[in-house]
Design a protein around this ligand. Structure first.
Ligand SMILES: *Cc1c(COP(=O)(O)O)cnc(C)c1O
Length: 395
């Protein structure tokens, strides 16, 4: 089996698993308890906080542990909205291709009377800093733009966008779930006020993540109860998960340069191979993308059929097409970069892992070529295209 869906989730690293087992077996006290048993858990928690903070250039008290990326996105956006509301600022800027954890939170705020501007994304999957600047108004309380997109992997000019927000005195949040542990991030150099992260996207456990919020930003609680996390998130902390996350992030940052180099080489080989398929196109900028991400559209086929047949060949991949996401519309990300419905339905995302080999890459290219050709063989859409009854969109 070749696992090429690392943007959906990653395998836990051995070091993270060992850390998690150790803390589960030995340090199971409640970090809020005053006796030594509890204080050991508290120490492990604070050690993890210090590790995570250091790895992104933050201070420990600026790190709030959450149940994952979705919760961190919700809390960042809702906090900024509540702060804005107090000052009569009810305008938020984001982009059309954010993760649903961001878009659905913004939808909720829209119903509560906030004005939401979703910036268009260019065909190459990028947002220009000057477009963010032009959208900022006197009553803008937040700009939230993702670091790297989860479907097409494109990397946004975060530092430049952050600098504009600083200049205009607007809070800047970035959903860095796909980027952290894979790209260098420093919240000071990158002008970031708030950042969301999730452990299971960098070889840590599922159900744990964190929100970085620059000191001075008052966060709103999503969960009421005890005084954990400086009163900003109630509930007994997931100490083994949090410690394993810190371990996984440490390891990912240690190996970042080496992994990026290897993945980029394999990614480029995959792109080169898949481009040979006629009437296909890569989605998103070829260079400004995550080292792990390959995303293509193939005209005349359905993405879900492609996925199932690849699964039969032992390849786990993903598609932005309808059935996989449980809705009739194709991926909002592919539509945001201007792909028409029919083309967007025939998409394939491969997000490769560090253990991929050259043989795997060759096998994936060969398999995708075979499956696309096979599916086109009995596709009525393809037949019409070949017969000239309809026009090809992709060259
Ligand atoms: C996976 C992901 C999330 C959600 O993170 P969870 O920990 O699964 O809640 C949010 N944003 C992006 C960009 C993601 O890829």
């Amino acid at each position: 089996m070749i696992y090429a869906d690392n943007a959906a989730t990653t395998k836990m690293s051995r070091r993270a698993i060992e850390k998690m087992v150790l803390l589960t077996e030995e340090t199971y006290g409640n970090p809020s308890s005053l006796y030594t048993f509890g204080q050991r858990a508290k120490e492990a928690l604070e050690e993890a906080r210090a590790t995570v903070a250091k790895l992104i250039g933050a201070e420990p008290r600026e790190i709030l542990f959450t149940s994952g990326g979705s919760e961190a996105d919700n809390q960042a956006i809702i906090s900024a909205a509540e702060l804005g509301k107090k000052n009569g600022k009810k305008h938020i800027i984001s982009s059309a291709f954010e993760h649903h954890a961001v878009l659905h939170t913004l939808n909720k705020l829209k119903k509560e009377g906030f004005e939401i501007t979703l910036l268009d994304v260019h065909e190459n999957g990028l947002i220009l800093p000057e477009e963010v600047e032009a959208a900022i108004k006197d009553d803008t309380c937040l700009v939230t733009i993702m670091f790297a997109n989860n479907e097409i992997g494109t990397i946004q000019p975060i530092r430049e966008i952050g600098a504009i927000c600083r200049k205009k005195n607007v809070l800047f949040h970035t959903d860095a779930v796909q980027a952290i542990g894979h790209l260098p991030i420093n919240v000071i150099d990158d002008n970031i006020d708030m950042l969301s992260a999730s452990a299971h996207k960098f070889h840590g456990p599922k159900g744990v993540g964190f929100l970085y919020a620059k000191k001075g930003i008052r966060l709103s609680n999503l969960i009421e109860g005890g005084a954990q996390e400086r009163g900003r998130r109630a509930g007994t902390e997931n100490v083994p998960g949090i410690a394993a996350m810190a371990e996984a992030l440490n390891e990912s940052v240690e190996k970042m340069a080496e992994n990026a180099e290897k993945l980029t080489e394999k990614r480029n080989k995959l792109i080169k191979g898949l481009k040979e398929i006629p009437h296909s196109a890569i989605n998103g900028d070829e260079v400004k993308r995550l080292p792990s991400n390959v995303n293509f559209c193939f005209e005349g086929i359905e993405g879900e059929s492609l996925l199932l047949l690849l699964d039969d060949k032992g390849i786990a991949a993903s598609s932005g097409s309808a059935c996989t996401s449980g809705s009739l519309d194709p991926s909002h990300v592919l539509l945001a970069i201007g792909r028409v419905h029919d083309v967007a339905h025939g998409s394939l995302r491969l997000s490769i892992g560090e253990d991929i080999t050259d043989e795997d890459v060759d096998y994936i290219i060969k398999s995708v070529k075979e499956v696309v050709e096979y599916l086109r063989g009995f596709s009525p859409v393809w037949r019409d295209l070949v017969a000239g009854k309809s026009q090809f969109i992709l060259p």
